[in-house]
Design a protein around this ligand. Sequence first.
Ligand code: 5GP
Length: 321
Amino acid sequence: MSEQPASTTSSRSTRPPEVDRVAASRAAVAARRARASVKTAIASEERSPLDVLDAAIVHPDGPEGTLRITDFLMSLKAIGATKTKEILERLEIAPVKRLGGLGKHQRERLRDFLSERFGQTTPNGRTRLVVLAGPTAVGKGTVARHIRENYPDVLLSVSATTRSPRPDEVDGVDYYFVDDAEFDRMIADHELLEWAKVHNSHRYGTPRAPIEKALGDGRSVLLEIDLQGARQVRAAMPDAVLVFLAPPSWDELVRRLIGRGTESQEEQHRRLATAKVELASQDEFDARVVNTTVGEAAREVVDLMQVRARRPRRAATSSGR
Ligand code: 5GP
């Protein structure tokens, strides 16, 4: 480490006169006010975040340019402190940075993030990609089916899987049942938004095209997938809302798994082991819904989509977790 220059001793003599300090503090107050009005304009959607970013690049010393990246992100709809931290880590931007002081690559990453995020929402911010995850046998499938049957505005994504159909399952409705070669092809052709090997046995994946089409048409989309898939969706589409469906208790979860009788004892053990890991991941989610009764849980999930979509950011974040 190099030594500090000997300038500290002279700092007292170089202090600005009183009158300059008053003027400087007035200017600082005015600058803070100008930044606050930029934040208000973003939050009320009067100005788009991309427009503010452009202004920051052109005028790094202006109100947009001197806005801290943290304040900027937290002015955006449905982004609170936790999401801001995650986004900044992913974009490799330090929280103290100001918009006008971002490096070229940081600016590009931020621009991509904003474009992707606003590509998933209609101008009134209603469209949402909602991911419903939770441990085995908690009733995700039942809740998702209830939503499909009772809330036709929501598209329930149909996954592809390499497992065999159960007696009551219909190809193209419950799943697309495919063999390993077809699943490999779908991966190779980038047809899947995410995929995972679940319970260490079969592969499951979300076809990308129907989701992109539905979002493009302004519809909400519900994915019922496992934790690994939920994480992949969050990485690819940061605006997705992750909902954790929890059982009323561990004993109830075991009772539901054994009670439905669709798995061998060995498979039940495997699924309960995965369930323990999944239950420990609840904090990663934006919201938690306890599945006591199916209708109630489904309504809570749908309400959550609407609440997050319609209410201002601060109220929306408080509905989570
Ligand atoms: P099941 O075999 O009981 O229908 O589903 C087993 C697990 O696979 C469930 O946890 C379900 O959420 C998950 N799953 C279903 N579809 C997908 C998918 O497209 N992607 C991922 N990652 N998991 C899925």
